[in-house]
Design a protein around this ligand. Structure first.
Ligand code: GTP
Ligand code: MG
Length: 356
């Protein structure tokens, strides 16, 4: 899973990045100048820790997320980055976009627009994403309009693609996201290659000042989940020892570290469920979209497991926790044998039986 932090210059993207990643060794050296920071973040998972406590001899593999901080996506009169085009191309590859906006005052680093206005900044950012989608759609529409006048082997396909792109353009012209369009699966496939920004799940992070730590932002013009935290405080928090950190959190009224809140919000926004496997020497967590079947889960691990799927044995992590051991789970009839159609629940522990 890949996420990118985007925002206006000096809105605190690096500070938010540090608050999520800490100073850990997961940091990597960016391959592009359009990427300011990049890291693989291990997702903290209490359920995985619990399974590991039952089977300490097994290797434990947590989920990880690739987090990027992109530079200069938003061309504006005061700052145009040469890397904008690369940053936009990279942003198209992301599973989720995190929009960072700033409300912290800082006289030494003034807001590039001269004042603090989160509603304006979010609107501008959304507008920029939307305009970029409109440009991509229009470019292709022009090409297709010419192409369909000639009797080519792809004429029919081109006509259908043009039809769906015209609908996207119509929505974008009205300021609506592509994600709001009711499209058939075929139509979704037809526009998949464009990786429209307004089709991607988004999260908003308000980087607040030290005097606004528990402020909520309910009036922002977005349907996305909004998280507010003070990036600067949160990154300082990560540098502390456990005891000190707990005191610090308590004193500031921070219930959960920002990094963890952000990761949880990502899972929620992407509508993912986690399931666990404990085969062989390894305990591992996997994610698939909510509502998917055991067959999809099998395919997530290996195409062979999906191809040769016979059945799956499923228990819930909650039952294992309550009953204390797999033996007790079995004794209470809580280990279920299911077929391909089983809808995977968050916290399922699955053993796949397959034959290839
Ligand atoms: N007081 C305060 N200052 C902050 C906060 N977050 C960031 N800053 C300061 O604002 C300045 C810019 O923060 P960065 O995190 O570098 O912002 P950025 O968006 O990564 O900046 P660029 O990548 O250069 O565009 C730094 O001097 C930070 O110390 C905050 O929550 N409170
Ligand atoms: Mg930065």
């Amino acid at each position: 899973m890949k996420l990118a932090l985007i925002g206006l210059p000096k809105c605190g993207k690096t500070t938010v990045f540090n608050a999520v990643v800490g100073t850990h060794k997961e940091r990597q050296t960016p391959a592009h100048s359009a990427v300011q920071n990049i890291a693989m973040v291990k997702v903290p998972d209490e359920r995985l820790d619990f399974l590991h406590s039952l089977f300490p001899e097994k290797r434990c593999t947590p989920a990880s997320i690739e987090l990027l901080e992109l530079v200069g996506i938003f061309p504006s009169p005061w700052e145009v980055h040469a890397e904008s085009a690369t940053a936009l191309a990279l942003l198209r590859e992301m599973d989720l976009i995190v929009e960072v906006i700033r409300t912290f005052p800082d006289e030494t680093t003034p807001h590039p627009k001269g004042s603090l206005d989160p509603v304006r900044d979010l609107r501008d950012m959304e507008q920029e994403l939307l305009l970029n989608d409109l440009l991509s759609a229009e470019k292709r529409i022009d090409k297709l309009k010419k192409a369909i006048t000639k009797p080519t082997p792809t004429q029919q396909k081109d006509k259908e693609e043009l039809e769906v792109l015209l609908r996207c353009k119509e929505a974008l012209d009205k300021g609506q996201d592509v994600s709001t369009l009711p499209l058939t699966t075929t139509q979704q496939k037809q526009i998949k290659g464009f990786c429209f920004f307004t089709e991607k799940p988004r999260l908003v992070v308000v980087n607040v000042g030290e005097n606004q730590v528990n402020r909520e932002f309910k009036d922002l013009p977005t349907k996305a989940q909004v998280l507010a935290f003070c990036g600067k405080l949160e990154s300082e928090l990560l540098g502390l020892e456990d005891k000190e950190r707990a005191e610090f959190q308590g004193a500031w009224g921070i219930s959960e570290p920002a990094g963890l809140r952000l990761l949880k919000a990502c899972y929620k926004t992407l509508n993912l469920v986690s399931f666990y496997t404990m085969e062989g020497e390894e305990i591992r967590v996997w994610s698939i979209p909510r509502g998917e079947t055991a067959l999809t889960a099998a395919g997530k691990i290996h195409s062979d497991i999906a191809r040769g799927f016979i059945k799956a044995e499923v228990m819930s992590l909650a039952d294992l926790k309550t009953l204390g051991s797999i033996k007790e789970v079995k004794a209470h009839g809580k280990l279920h044998v299911v077929g391909k159609e089983h809808i995977v629940q968050d916290g399922d522990i699955i053993t796949f039986r397959f034959h290839v």
